[in-house]
Structures are given as structure tokens and as C-alpha cells.
Design a protein around this ligand. Structure first.
Ligand SMILES: Nc1ncnc2c1ncn2[C@@H]1O[C@H](COP(=O)(O)OP(=O)(O)O)[C@@H](O)[C@H]1O
Ligand SMILES: [Mg+2]
Length: 440
């Protein structure tokens, strides 16, 4: 019977291996990938059901077809319950037998295609979670892939909140040293003496209170990647030191005299206009040239508005969740996002969604859940000096926002009476921001 099965399956294009026992079958599975197992139910020593159970536990992706003797319906029912794909009853008509395997092959092809699609999707999202299908983002992804395998420094330019750190992480994640550390240091957040020690490390007694030596971040990255975020904030003497490190690939502990090899890959990021910074003298021209070999420009959000819906959904997925949480966003809300200018870029968009998730109610983020700047965005009105009335309208709107649409809470925040706020809400047509309905 075993030989007959093999002879039938082979010409159909299946690569077949025969096993004379359950134990032997498991050995074969262990030795390489297998798509389908055909097994008899009644076998000496390890029975077919036991084999099926083991396979489903260890290799859940393998499809198992069971073979049962005539009149053992109970066995086949149990097999199906245990996760068998199908069963053949002996004696069988060859055509029926073939039919099962053809169907199975088709199903497995589909699974493979789906898996491939999923992997492609992950790959597209796989730039360390950078969302973006706009042409400018696709161009940036290509730059990331180009830069990743090289050891040269990378310069990332872009406004605040555009995702420069994400880009740096993506470069690291696609580099051959992705298993080594990724270390980010915010150069704007530390005093120059501290950054010096943070970056290069120091020997014992290098300064008062340094009672032990410490490795710097450049060394601690151990062949990984170091991101110098807001590097333009570095004092110029440190820029000189950094330039030397980049040129000579050597670093020295603060207070020490031993040079060691610099192994880490340096990525520098800044939101500053390099031309102006060099002109001002706050960024050294030679350091800029050294860094400017591979430059990645991260476009501001207002220049790639087509990415907004995907980003909004991504943040809802990322920050939402939990019981009764919001899962969608209304068209109206998206429209307002599309017309907004996003001075704070993706970071502002992320905050905006997080805020809506906290303040809003129901399943869908509505326009009223968005922060005031998005709701109130007539650029002409914003530029001219708003009249007192307009200020009042805006104050009420913002209070309603903060109060989640509850007039009573908003009135308390504004220090006005309940009846007054109802009246003003109607006067200014702000019913949409409250639980009230617009009266005729
Ligand atoms: N394209 C993007 N896809 C998903 N999240 C993003 C994207 N760009 C930025 N973010 C998110 O926005 C926030 C700000 O990004 P960040 O890299 O810190 O900006 P930058 O360093 O340019 O100021 C982070 O929470 C980041 O995860
Ligand atoms: Mg940053």
C-alpha cells in the first residue's frame, strides 16, 4: 500500500519519502521541511493518531492525511478532530486519492502566497516601523537601504518630529551589525563636560567625583551604531574632537592618554539648517563635510500629506487597544488632518491621536476629539488680530475640548455660569463640540 501511494504521488509532482513506522516518519520530519504527511491509522508501535498528535504539536503547519481501513469511521472522525486535513478510506479509488492531494497542494500554494504577501507587507513596514507610502518616503527608504551596509557616517536632516530617530534605527536595523547595540545620545540635553565624558568615557579621577573609570557611549556601542541626535548643539571644541574620532577612527578616554580604535558607526541628526548653522559658526564646516557623505533628508509631514491616513491608523493601533477602545477615525477628522499644516510633524500627529484616544468616547475618533489647532484652522483668520468675540469663541471651544464636550465642566473651567455657556455655545454655533444638538 505504501509503495502504491508513493507511485501514485510521484508522477503528480510530489517529492515523496516513505517511512515504515511512526518513529521513522518523525526522524524524516526532523531532518528537513515537509509539507504533507500521509499516514495509516492502525500501525504497530506508534499508532497513526499518536503520530498525528505529535506532528500537530511540533509542526502545526504540516497537513496530515489519514488512511483508515474500511469500517473504522470512528478512527477517521477522531483524526479529523485532532486536526487531520482529510482521510482516505481503504480500499480507495485512485482518482479520489489524487483529488485530495491536488486540493491540498492548491491550498498550500495559497498559504505560501499569503505568507509571502505578509512578509512583503512587514518588509514595507519593516523600516523599523516607519509608516509611509508617499513618493518622498519611498525615496527615503531606498536611501536607508543604500546607506545601511556602509560604515561611513550618515547625516540625517529634517524638522523636529519628522522621524529622524526612527530613520537612524532603520539604518541600524538593516546594517550587517544589527545585532550590536544601537545607542542614541541627545546632544542638546547635556552640558559640554558631561557630553564629553558620555561620548568618550573617562578615567578614574578625570574630574571631581569620578571615582571610577567609565566607558563612553562610542565604545559601549561595541561595533554597533551611535546616533548623535541634535549634534549641532555640540560645543565646537567637542565637534573638533568628534571630527578627529571620525577621521582617525580613534578615541581616548577623558583624562586618559591611551587611544583605542573607534568601532561604532556614527549617525548624526539635526533639525537645524546646516547652511545657517555653519554661517553662524555653531557647526564646524569641516565636521559638516565629513558627515555629509551620506545625507538623508526626512521630508516634513505637510509635504507628504498622503501619508496622514496611514499614520493615523498606525497610531490608533499602537496606542489604542484595551476594552472599549477606539478603533477607527471618521472621514471628517481625517479631512481636518489633511488640511492642517503640522508644524510639529509626525510627533504632533501622534500626540493628536493619543489625546483623542484619551478624551474621545465611542468607537470612532471624530473631528471634535481633535485638538483646537486642527479644529480652528482658517489661516487667514489666524493671522489677523482676532476680535474679542473670536477670542471668546475660541476659549469656549478649547474648554469644551478639554472637558470632553461636557458643558458643565467647561463652564467651571472658564469661571462662567452654566446658563451662560449654553447660551454662548448656541451663539457661536459650537454644538458640535458638546453633547447638545443644534437647535433651529
Ligand atoms: N514615518 C513614521 N511612521 C511612524 N511613526 C513615526 C514616523 N515618523 C515619526 N514617527 C513617530 O513620531 C515620533 C517622533 O519621531 P522622532 O524620530 O523622535 O522624530 P525626530 O527625531 O525627527 O524629532 C516618534 O514617536 C516616532 O515613533
Ligand atoms: Mg529626535
Amino acid at each position: 500500500m505504501r509503495d502504491l501511494c508513493v507511485e501514485t504521488l510521484k508522477p503528480m509532482g510530489f517529492e515523496t519519502v516513505a517511512a515504515d513506522s511512526g518513529a521513522r516518519a518523525l526522524e524524516i520530519l526532523e531532518s528537513g521541511p515537509t509539507d504533507i504527511v500521509l499516514s495509516d491509522i492502525r500501525m504497530p508501535r506508534m499508532g497513526g493518531i499518536e503520530l498525528l498528535k505529535t506532528i500537530k504539536q511540533t509542526y502545526p503547519e504540516i497537513d496530515v492525511v489519514m488512511m483508515t481501513g474500511f469500517g473504522t469511521i470512528a478512527g477517521s472522525v477522531e483524526a479529523m478532530k485532532m486536526g487531520a486535513y482529510d482521510y482516505v478510506t481503504k480500499p480507495f479509488v485512485i482518482e479520489d486519492f489524487k483529488e485530495i492531494f491536488l486540493r491540498l497542494a492548491k491550498k498550500q500554494d495559497l498559504t505560501r502566497v499569503n505568507r509571502l504577501l505578509r512578509e512583503q507587507l512587514n518588509a514595507r513596514r519593516g523600516y523599523a516601523g516607519i509608516v509611509g507610502t508617499s513618493a518622498s518616503m519611498q525615496k527615503m527608504f531606498r536611501m536607508i537601504l543604500k546607506a545601511a551596509p556602509k560604515r561611513h557616517p550618515v547625516l540625517i536632516l529634517g524638522e523636529s518630529g519628522t522621524g529622524k530617530e526612527l530613520v537612524a534605527r532603520a539604518i541600524h536595523a538593516h546594517s550587517p551589525w544589527k545585532d550590536k547595540p544601537f545607542v542614541a545620545i541627545d546632544c542638546g540635553a547635556l552640558t559640554s563636560a558631561l557630553i564629553d565624558c558620555e561620548l568618550f568615557g573617562h578615567v578614574r579621577g578625570a574630574f571631581t567625583g569620578a571615582d571610577s573609570a567609565r566607558q563612553g557611549l562610542l565604545a559601549s556601542a561595541q561595533g554597533g551604531t551611535v546616533l548623535l541626535d541634535e549634534f549641532a548643539e555640540l560645543p565646537t571644541e567637542l565637534q573638533t574632537k568628534l571630527l578627529r574620532a571620525l577621521q582617525e577612527h580613534e578615541i581616548r578616554l577623558v583624562g586618559g592618554n591611551l587611544w583605542t580604535h573607534l568601532e561604532a558607526r556614527i549617525i548624526a541628526a539635526t533639525n537645524q539648517d546646516m547652511g545657517a548653522a555653519i554661517q553662524r559658526g555653531s557647526v564646524r564646516r569641516d565636521l559638516f563635510y565629513r558627515l555629509n557623505v551620506l545625507t538623508i533628508n526626512v521630508p516634513p509631514l505637510r509635504e507628504r500629506k498622503s501619508d496622514i491616513p496611514a499614520l493615523a491608523h498606525d497610531f490608533i493601533n499602537r496606542h489604542g487597544g484595551g476594552e472599549g477602545s477606539m478603533t477607527a477615525i471618521s472621514d471628517d477628522a481625517i479631512n481636518r488632518m489633511m488640511t492642517y499644516n503640522w508644524p510639529g510633524n509626525v510627533r504632533e500627529l501622534e500626540n493628536c491621536i493619543q489625546r483623542a484616544l484619551v478624551l474621545g468616547s465611542g468607537q470612532v475618533i471624530e473631528a471634535k476629539d481633535l485638538p483646537p489647532p486642527l479644529l480652528y484652522q482658517n489661516p487667514n483668520e489666524r493671522k489677523e488680530n482676532p476680535k474679542l468675540k473670536e477670542l471668546e469663541r475660541r476659549a469656549i471651544m478649547e474648554a469644551l475640548q478639554a472637558a470632553g464636550g461636557e458643558c458643565q465642566r467647561a463652564s467651571k473651567m472658564l469661571g462662567i455660569g452654566k446658563t451662560t455657556i449654553y447660551r454662548k455655545v448656541r451663539k457661536y454655533g459650537l454644538e458640535n463640540f458638546t453633547g447638545l444638538t443644534r437647535s433651529a
